[in-house]
Design a protein around this ligand. Structure first.
Ligand code: CP
Length: 311
């Protein structure tokens, strides 16, 4: 069965059935990454273009690895080495790339809505690999896969998402995807970092980290975006850390089996303490492993089951 959407631009567009199918497909692909020869011929002859206008370690690398493990040809283009620096606009760039007949475009851009705009001008499916503070749908999917792999289910689980909710594309994509899968979401942070109307999304709000962690199955810690600290939203990083850094003390009232996730990159000691990050409850590197399987599943499902040969 194919996905109900041609592009992956936002988790809002994904039904429960879509998400279920992506997670199940990703589960079936995990084993390929553990083989001595980590390659299957599933997407041989397909071309994937990764177009990244913002820095990335995890997302860009895992999209590239995912494509290569499925035998697709993967081309990486960064904004700084593309002809956009000579004045070409994003749409012309995409249309010129499309003229070379790729099968999928993966796009990260600093402007919210850029991948959606671009998808209107090209025939190939477009995957949003993170756009401004809008969405990062493949991150939400890999977070769900990581949680489901450990808990065995998603329905009925409760998560606290801690940090700069206002600027977080990861939070935005996760809130919708988690609600679609029957999870309860609580957001936690200082008032300047929580959108005033967030409760209209059906989430709980807390400004007290220790209390907010008492009854949750999972805590997701968000990166404090140091590049935004000149906006005056926080009086100081030290003050933020005093109240909202995930530490052994803030976890004191949490369940013993609480899972800890973080999309990365991590500011060690700012939003999460070193010992907590390295603890057995932390699944931060499991998330990165899940990212390869999720991106393999997205390529496979977007290019159609006719290309299927998972062996
Ligand atoms: N989680 C995430 O998007 O990390 P990168 O910025 O390294 O891709």
């Amino acid at each position: 069965m194919l996905l109900s959407t041609k592009n992956i631009l936002s988790t809002k567009e994904l039904s429960k059935q879509d998400i279920q199918q992506i997670l199940d497909t990703a589960d079936s692909f995990k084993e390929i990454s553990t083989r001595a020869i980590k390659k299957v011929p599933t997407l041989r002859g397909k071309t994937i273009i990764n177009l990244f206008f913002e820095p990335s370690t995890r997302t860009r690398t895992s999209f590239e690895i995912a494509g290569k493990r499925l035998s697709a040809d993967v081309i990486n283009i960064s904004g700084s080495t593309s002809s956009t620096v000579k004045g070409e606009n994003l749409i012309d760039t995409a249309r010129n790339l499309e003229a070379m007949n790729p099968d999928i475009l993966v796009v990260r851009h600093q402007c919210s809505g850029a991948p959606a705009l671009l998808s209107q001008f090209v025939d190939s499916p477009v995957i949003n690999a993170g756009d401004g503070s809008h969405e990062h749908p493949s991150q939400a999917l890999l977070d769900l896969l990581t949680i489901r792999s450990r808990k065995g289910k998603l329905e009925g689980l409760k998560i606290a998402i801690v940090g700069d909710i206002s600027h977080s594309r990861v939070a935005r994509s996760n809130i919708k995807a988690m609600q679609t899968m029957g999870m309860k979401v609580r957001v936690v942070g200082p008032p300047p970092l929580i959108p005033p109307d967030i409760e209209s999304l059906g989430v709980e709000v807390s400004h007290n980290l220790t209390e907010a962690l008492k009854d949750v199955d999972v805590v997701m810690v968000l990166r404090i975006q140091l590049e935004r600290q000149n906006q005056g939203l926080l009086s100081s990083l030290r003050e933020y850390s005093n109240y909202f850094c995930l530490t052994s003390e803030s976890l004191a009232k949490a369940r013993d089996d609480i899972l800890i996730i973080h999309p990365g990159p991590v500011n060690r000691g700012v939003e999460i303490a070193l010992d907590v990050m390295e603890s057995p409850r932390s699944l931060i590197l499991n998330q990165v492993t899940s990212g390869v399987a999720i991106r393999m599943a997205l390529f496979y499902l977007l290019l159609g089951e006719n290309n299927a040969n998972p062996n």
